[in-house]
Ligand binder design. Structure first.
Ligand code: PHE
Length: 414
């Protein structure tokens, strides 16, 4: 894959348009078409599990996504990618002869709302299948509930190892994901810093209470020091912090070659802006959590991040997906919305789950679990087969942040 001028152009347009909108997006869903989909199924029509394939009827799929809270672009894109897949499947007759009905809940990238949402869709709506969450710290508690209740969960984007694996290293039977995991993502980031950026020293900033951030920082540090790089500082903050000046003063004094900040875009925006104001010129690096149309490009320009998907992919599945997404979802100005990695992975996770249900031939989560384990699925984000811990083995893409948008840099295979 190579960076295309078209990608940059499309992204420039997308970012200029998003810059015209409010800097902090409203918590409410931004994409109207999806909001019109049914979100609540009547309690009077529970699906029974496990049931034999029946002609007609409905099959519910829950979409648990952070539509409000700290990272709403993640939720909106995830919901919209999943709904596009459901719409396409329904247009072709649904699955097992049933109409696929989405049940959407806002799980807020936060453990308590995520647990409430999982209990609600399982106990009240009687769903047998969950697509979500985005954030590892929300997906992990959901996985405990789903696995205990034999409900299949597939997280499109949660990269922390603990999502699919118990503390003693055993795969959770009913839990899967559509993305690579952080030990790989951290290694890719460390190699890129050391070999491509020739960074001999790194400073790590992390939120210890965020499973994703903590896991990715650990993976990066292990690989980076293994390669011969030196970590010259490691400082913690909390998700509530808005002033990073104390940490940045330390960064300024030790002058690292690179600053690794594997958090979500909302934190990156604050820290990178304050670093620029302090005159710090070392590039920031991070992971997939940077992937948002609300990343502050001016602040993060010069930085790099590891990701799942590049919008200029020319694979036929990706080209078809991009066209369908642009046609279905419009921004305030009526322009097609460019799908990001979250949209692509939610689309893949939903398509993969529905294919497994179809292959299983029944709405029976034991059969679907076996069909998932045996699947070979060509998605928009690459080919997916599962290893023993229910993780796909997939390549990572490195993107560079410029003031005009994200630019493809390279692909790293596992
Ligand atoms: N990987 C992040 C997590 O596990 C979520 C994420 C994925 C965010 C992709 C943005 C893009 O919490």
């Amino acid at each position: 894959m190579r960076a295309s001028k078209l990608l940059t152009l499309v992204l420039v347009v997308a970012f200029v348009l998003s810059a015209c909108a409010q800097p902090t997006p409203p918590p409410a869903p931004a994409a109207k078409p999806a909001a019109a989909e049914p979100t609540k199924a009547p309690a009077a029509e529970p699906t029974k599990a496990p049931a034999a394939p029946a002609a007609g009827g409905e099959l519910k799929i829950a979409i648990l996504a952070p539509l409000s809270g700290p990272v709403p672009t993640f939720g909106v894109m995830t919901r919209d990618g999943a709904l596009l897949a459901i719409e396409e499947w329904n247009a072709k007759g649904g699955v097992l002869g049933k109409k696929i009905v989405p049940v959407i809940e806002d799980s807020q990238c936060t453990p308590d709302p995520a647990v409430n949402a999982a209990n609600k869709v399982i106990d009240q709506d009687k769903v047998h299948y969950i697509v979500g969450e985005v954030c590892s710290k929300a997906s992990i508690p959901i996985s405990e509930i789903a696995n205990a209740k034999k409900v299949i969960q597939i997280s499109p984007t949660s990269t922390n190892t603990d999502v699919t694996v118990t503390k003693d290293g055993k795969a959770k039977d009913y839990i899967f994901r559509a993305c690579f995991i952080d030990p790989f993502q951290g290694t890719v980031g460390a190699k890129f810093a050391f070999e491509n950026l020739k960074a001999k020293t790194a400073f790590i900033m992390l939120d210890q209470a965020n499973d994703y951030v903590k896991g990715l920082a650990e993976a990066f540090e292990k690989s980076y020091t293994g390669l011969g790089g030196k970590v010259v500082g490691k400082e913690s903050y909390t998700s509530k912090d808005t002033d990073f000046s104390a940490i940045l003063a330390k960064v300024a004094s030790v002058k690292p070659d690179v600053i690794y900040l594997p958090d979500y875009y909302n934190i990156v925006n604050l820290a990178a802006k304050q670093a620029k104001e302090k005159g710090i010129t070392a590039p920031f690096m991070g992971g997939d959590g940077w992937d948002s149309s609300d990343l502050d490009l001016k602040a993060a320009a010069g930085g790099f991040y590891t990701n799942h998907y590049a919008a200029d992919s020319k694979a036929p599945e990706a080209v078809a997906f991009q066209a369908a997404f642009l046609a279905k979802y419009k921004d305030d100005k009526g322009q097609g919305k460019v799908p990001d990695a979250l949209a692509a992975l939610a689309y893949d996770a939903t398509g993969l789950l529905l294919t497994a249900i179809k292959n299983a031939g029944a709405d029976d989560t034991d059969k679907v679990k076996a069909a998932m384990e045996a699947i070979s699925y060509q998605g928009v984000s690459g080919k997916i087969t599962f290893d023993k811990q229910h993780n796909p083995v997939k390549s990572a893409t490195i993107l560079k942040v410029t003031e005009k948008g994200f630019v493809f840099d390279s692909v790293v295979n596992p």
